[in-house]
Design a binder for this molecule. Structure first.
Ligand code: SAT
Ligand code: MN
Length: 589
């Protein structure tokens, strides 16, 4: 008798009509075979899916170029198909599930003809964790299998976990013909099902990542009493060897990965990495909040990554513990067969092709690497990987840090008065957009908890869920908001960022441990400047003051914008947050 899983795979194959069906075991030997297939058999247009890079300088590294129209997440083509629009909320695109299925069925009919259907069983979370979830994704391209092998824990454990159950996480992915007009990423939360056609890129195609571990998982978490969040998880070790764990939510391409593996500018401090993108948060039996990272790899932005900005990531990328490491849409040094991107250490190589494969030389008008070019690399390569990374229970969280990219208004760091005020602080966060999604770069959008593209249900209900989680916590983490991106009158970033961010993290940990007091303002608690360790930093007093400046007049438009955002959610918006809003308005008068 076939299992529900086997039957489901059969059904999908009947629709998509692949030449072959192959069940992945997640082994290294299999990865080697898939690399050969990616280099010799499969193509995107006329370009082989993978090219081998120089393994002397970049162990296990391969190069991939996606289709030029397929280089970022496509939020306008991403739908959350709850039975009704109200549950999906104004924060998502909605399509009626039956209509969405009909559309996708039509687009998927025969889409794998001439190709192999790869069946990938994988776990999000360590297989021994009670919080892990068993998943299966189907795809028709080796690049996605190899990437998923890095990002998730692929192998038989997932099949064992699923057994005879029909309740498992399903993903159906095909690159189709890469026609942008036939590209959709559809989510069916009640069926734990993601259906994606027409894109081979990152968040659109690696369905365990944003699609399941955030959009679907956030909805699961709302029903089951936990949180799926767009957050870094890191351990901060102080000079006495005490480690405090924090999670940090920032929108895509705002430096989460750099923060997750920060090399401290303060002597004696160390940052241990547990995750750079996604955290699943559960209330532990002791009333503390515990975080696990469902992923096992980094899918990070390449441009700007260097020994100066993120030495631990360069070491990770040069590591040789796991096969493969993949570079996507960077430029290529054709003499040395090495990846290259803007902001890399050393001299610019003489002979380069750009991310589209065209001969390229540095110029003001075009970039060699696409602004959203990425690397995919195993976390087990990371020299600063926390020894708690595989702990099935996760790590207890002392502080939740929220933030966005704001060139004005928002102080370097703010501490919320309490959990409820912290949820409001998160809810009112705005950020200037980046290249991680296909939209205009640099415009302000409200991005609560950095979840606006990833919350799989009505965000008003999501805020309620956050408030409810807070009520169950005997020892809630403190909530902070950071903004590394405030600029001076000349438009230059005031705060140096990167390794110096430890100075702000240190202040937060000091607050958690009641070592320092703070000044109360309308926005929340701000540091007394004397409590920030600024030793060795060259920032003028005036600029430091500017980092914390709160001018009520400047907040008028901002408050209006926050109000407009909140009103969209109508009756779903919790009263507690409306009250928080009114209090903030009154305090800023
Ligand atoms: O494309 S992904 O969603 O995986 C990366 C990102 O935008 O954060
Ligand atoms: Mn992300």
């Amino acid at each position: 008798m076939a299992t529900p899983l086997e039957r489901w795979v059969e059904e999908q194959a009947k629709l998509t009509k692949p030449d072959k069906i192959y069940w992945c075991d997640g082994s290294e030997e299999e990865a080697r075979r898939l690399i050969e297939i990616g280099m010799k058999e499969e193509k995107i247009g006329t370009t082989p899916v993978l090219e081998e890079l120089n393994h002397k300088s970049w162990p296990n590294a391969y190069y991939h170029r996606s289709h030029p129209t397929d280089v970022a997440r496509v939020e306008h083509l991403t739908f959350i198909c709850h039975p009704n629009k109200d549950l999906t909320g104004p924060n998502n695109n909605w399509m009626d599930p039956a209509e969405a299925k009909a559309k996708m069925t039509q687009l998927s009919d025969g889409c794998m003809k001439g190709r192999t259907m790869y069946v990938m069983p994988y776990m999000m979370g360590h297989p021994s964790s009670p919080y892990a979830k068993a998943c299966v994704q189907l795809t028709d391209i080796s690049y996605v299998v190899l990437s998923m092998r890095i990002m998730a824990r692929m192998g038989k454990e997932a099949i064992d976990r699923i057994g005879n159950s029909d309740k498992f996480v399903k993903g159906l992915h095909s690159i189709g013909d890469l026609d942008p007009n036939k590209r959709f990423i559809m989510h069916f939360p009640d069926e734990l099902f993601v259906w994606s056609v027409g894109s081979g890129y990152g968040g659109n195609a690696l369905l365990g990542k944003k699609c399941f571990s955030l959009r679907i998982a956030s909805w699961l978490g709302c029903q089951e009493g936990w949180l799926a969040e767009h957050m870094v998880i890191a351990g901060i070790e102080d000079p006495q060897g005490q480690v405090s764990y924090v999670t940090i939510a920032l929108p895509s391409a705002c430096g989460k990965t750099n923060l997750a593996m920060l090399q401290s500018a303060l002597p004696g401090y160390k940052v241990w990495t547990l995750g750079d993108d996604i955290a699943w948060l559960n209330v532990g039996a002791d009333g503390r909040l515990y975080a696990i990272n469902p992923e096992a790899g980094f899918f990070g932005v390449a441009p700007g990554t260097s020994m100066k900005t993120n030495p631990n990531m360069i070491r990770t990328l040069k590591g040789d513990k796991f096969l493969p490491t993949i570079f996507t849409n960077t430029a290529l040094d054709t003499d040395n067969k090495e990846p290259w991107w803007e902001g890399m250490d050393g001299d610019t190589p003489r002979n380069l092709t750009d991310w589209q494969g065209k001969v390229w030389a540095p110029s003001k008008d075009t970039k060699g690497a696409h602004a959203n070019s990425r690397f995919t690399v195993s976390m087990y390569n990371c020299p600063m990987l926390s020894k708690e990374f595989d702990n099935p229970q996760g790590v207890p969280i002392s502080a939740i840090i929220l933030g966005g990219r704001r060139t004005q208004l928002v102080p370097l760091v703010t501490e919320a008065f309490n959990w409820q005020n912290g949820v409001f602080l998160g809810a009112r966060t705005g950020s200037e957009t980046t290249a991680a999604a296909a939209h205009q770069v640099g415009t302000l959008r409200r991005d609560p908890m950095a979840m606006i593209p990833f919350c799989g249900y009505n965000m008003g209900e999501y805020f309620k869920h956050w408030l409810n989680i807070g009520k169950r916590l005997k020892h809630p983490p403190k909530i902070f908001c950071v903004n590394w991106f405030r600029t001076d009158d000349a438009g230059k970033f005031i705060w140096p960022g990167f390794g110096d961010n430890i100075r702000v993290l240190k202040w937060m940990i000091d607050r958690v441990n009641n070592k320092v007091s703070a000044q109360e303002t309308a926005l929340g608690y701000l540091p007394h400047i004397k409590d920030l360790d600024l030793n060795g930093l060259e920032i003028s007093r005036d600029n430091i003051k500017k980092l914390f400046e709160v001018r009520p007049d400047d907040w008028k438009d901002e408050l209006q914008d926050i109000k407009k955002f909140m009103e969209q959610f109508g009756g779903h918006m919790p009263d507690e947050l409306r009250q928080e809003y009114r209090t903030l308005v009154a305090k800023l008068k």
